[in-house]
Design a protein around this ligand. Structure first.
Ligand code: SAH
Length: 245
């Protein structure tokens, strides 16, 4: 049995005002196959069904960079993007495929996941991404990475204020953090406002949307960096998640 990804051209068009090229569709297909194969050795994802993979990994990854139904215009230029805790490559790898002019850093604390990502980049002939092994708490204090990115992506890594502490220090002034969430409550907005203020950011918008196949509710939180992040952030390894701001 071949595992063929659906094309979903109409849904891409309706939801993101975009369709993959033949080459991008082939890269999505190859990515799916490599993940199914890699799953036999590494615990990469529990999502293996082709429709579910399309929706929860591909569509969801790209929806985050398309607030209000259109890709963020600066992604057509050579902006620098970091995906923190990329795991099996989400949302970073679909973004790498879709935005070939961007320079993308795929970061994770687990070496074996990064080794797998290296293989994906080679097999898909993606030259606009590189990998980085490390913890967000360290990378955010590193002079080469702090204040170095236009956009920071983060999905399924921790509580939202932890995500804010991981992303904002890495951004340039004016940069954008995109935090992918499932459910969202008003209480979370209140807690996040406090954390974001301490970190030199503001909540630019919170978007709620419905996924196109299973109709589940998801959210993306967009934070804008408007001031300097104080040097004490991010705090030492483990502190952001143990004592969220
Ligand atoms: N973003 C992917 C993977 C989520 S699983 C997705 O949405 O499918 C969370 C990943 O974050 C794991 O791969 C884990 O190794 C990584 N991670 C957790 N804490 C981290 C930290 N402090 N710094 C860097 N990576 C981290």
């Amino acid at each position: 049995m071949t595992n063929l990804l659906p094309e979903m051209a109409e849904i891409w068009q309706q939801t993101l005002n975009w369709q993959p090229t033949v080459q991008q569709q082939a890269q999505f297909q190859r990515l799916y196959e490599l993940i199914l194969k890699g799953n036999r050795q590494l615990n990469l994802t529990r999502i293996t069904d082709s429709q579910e993979f399309w929706e929860k990994h591909l569509w969801d990854s790209l929806k985050g960079i398309a607030p209000q139904g259109k890709f963020i215009p600066s992604l057509q230029e050579s902006v620098s993007v970091i995906d923190i805790g990329t795991g099996a490559g989400f949302p970073g790898v679909p973004v790498t495929i879709t935005a070939p002019n961007c320079q993308i850093t795929l970061m994770d604390s687990t070496q074996k996941k990064i080794t797998f990502i290296e293989k994906i980049l080679t097999e898909l002939a993606l030259t606009n991404a590189k990998t980085l092994v490390g913890r967000a708490e360290e990378i955010g204090q590193h002079p080469q990475h702090r204040l170095a990115y236009d956009i920071a992506l983060i999905r399924a890594v921790g509580a939202v204020s932890v995500c804010a502490e991981y992303t904002l220090p890495l951004l340039k002034q004016g940069g954008l953090a995109i935090i992918y969430r499932g459910n969202w409550t008003e209480d979370e907005t209140t807690a996040l406002q406090n954390a974001v203020k301490l970190l030199g950011g503001v909540i630019e918008s919170i978007e709620q949307f419905t996924t196109p196949l299973s109709h589940s509710i998801r959210h993306c939180v967009y934070l804008r960096k408007i001031a300097t992040t104080p040097v004490q952030f991010p705090r030492a390894i483990g502190v952001p998640s143990q004592k969220p701001l």
